[in-house]
Design a protein around this ligand. Structure first.
Ligand SMILES: [Zn+2]
Length: 311
């Protein structure tokens, strides 16, 4: 049978979204394999998207290695940086103009405010600084992004917004540069969704997370913005990813609503942990797919192994 990837019968569209900040480990392998299986079982399309917004730590060698490792596992995708496709570019660092348009839309709709706090300001305003320390010491980029500290609301009221007054009032917001931009959440709003793997989920804005970053002063869109925009514009119908991003999903539901995007379905995978019950991170070099291959393990060994997961 021909293995041509184009025009699958089903409308299912999934994605693989690695961050090229290190080598993939067995936890990634599990999640990406699940994404691959679900797309395949649905007769759908799988998209490879490289999430390289962390410019300090992203390396093109890690992008290449991620795709190579996933191919080695037997995972195939139909659109991506290596294949092209109707929603190119598939590399986030090349999609800045798309994120910028979304930022502008959010500003015009009165969803954002400029925040001048430094990370230090926020940390010192927080009642529970140990949470921050925990997030920072976990070593994983996604942990840090997902566990962004609860914003104390310092600048919330500094940027009075008047959406009914177009024109001159927005003269100073032609560009997001030079300040952080946050999405203002409605305190107490309950965000619920049914995860296709983990079941009903419930988060409360202002309790589980605060006003979250949309654009960083140092010049880039946040993970939340880029992810929502990409999933919508790439017409993703189901997002398969790690359970560390459940809280991000709640934020992205708010963002999708503000941007007029339809929500995809979500399927969050339980996270593989090490013998001490800690989530795997890039520090677990011995559990990288590279290292395991070098030790002679096969894809089957890796995918069939019984690994402890976070409950
Ligand atoms: Zn602030």
């Amino acid at each position: 049978m021909a293995s041509t990837p184009s025009s699958p019968a089903s409308g299912y569209r999934g994605r693989l979204a690695p961050s090229p900040t290190g080598y993939l480990h067995v936890g990634h392998a599990r999640t990406f394999w699940t994404a691959f299986q679900r797309a395949r079982e649905a007769g759908g399309t799988l998209v490879m998207r490289m999430e390289d917004l962390d410019s300090d730590r992203s390396r093109s060698t890690f992008s290449e290695a991620a795709m190579e490792d996933l191919r080695w596992l037997g995972i195939r995708w139909q659109e991506g940086p290596d294949k092209g496709g109707p929603h190119a570019p598939y590399v986030q660092s090349k999609r800045r103009s798309i994120y910028l348009a979304a930022w502008r839309k959010l500003v015009n709709r009165g969803c954002l405010f400029a925040c001048r706090c430094s990370r230090k300001d926020i940390d010192s305003a927080l009642a529970a600084p140990h949470e921050r320390v925990q997030a920072a010491s976990s070593g994983s980029k996604l942990d840090i992004l997902d566990d962004e500290p609860m914003y104390p609301g310092t600048c919330r009221h500094l940027t009075a917004h008047a959406p009914q007054l177009p024109g001159p009032t927005s003269v100073d917001v032609d560009t997001p540069e030079g300040t952080n931009w946050r999405f203002r959440v409605r305190d107490g709003e309950v965000i619920e969704f049914v995860d296709r793997n983990l079941g009903p989920q419930r988060f409360v804005a202002g309790v589980d997370f605060g006003d979250f970053v949309i654009w960083r002063r140092d010049g880039g869109p946040s993970y939340q913005l880029a992810c929502s925009v990409d999933d919508a514009t790439m017409r993703i119908t189901e997002v398969v990813r790690g359970a560390d991003l459940l809280k991000s999903t709640a934020r992205q539901i708010l963002l999708n609503r503000a941007l007029g995007f339809q929500n995809p379905a979500w399927y969050h995978c339980r996270l593989v942990v090490d013998n001490h019950g800690r989530r795997l991170a890039k520090r677990h070099d011995a559990l990288s797919l590279r290292a395991l291959r070098q030790r002679g393990l096969t894809p089957m060994n890796i995918l069939a192994a019984e690994l402890p997961v976070e409950v």
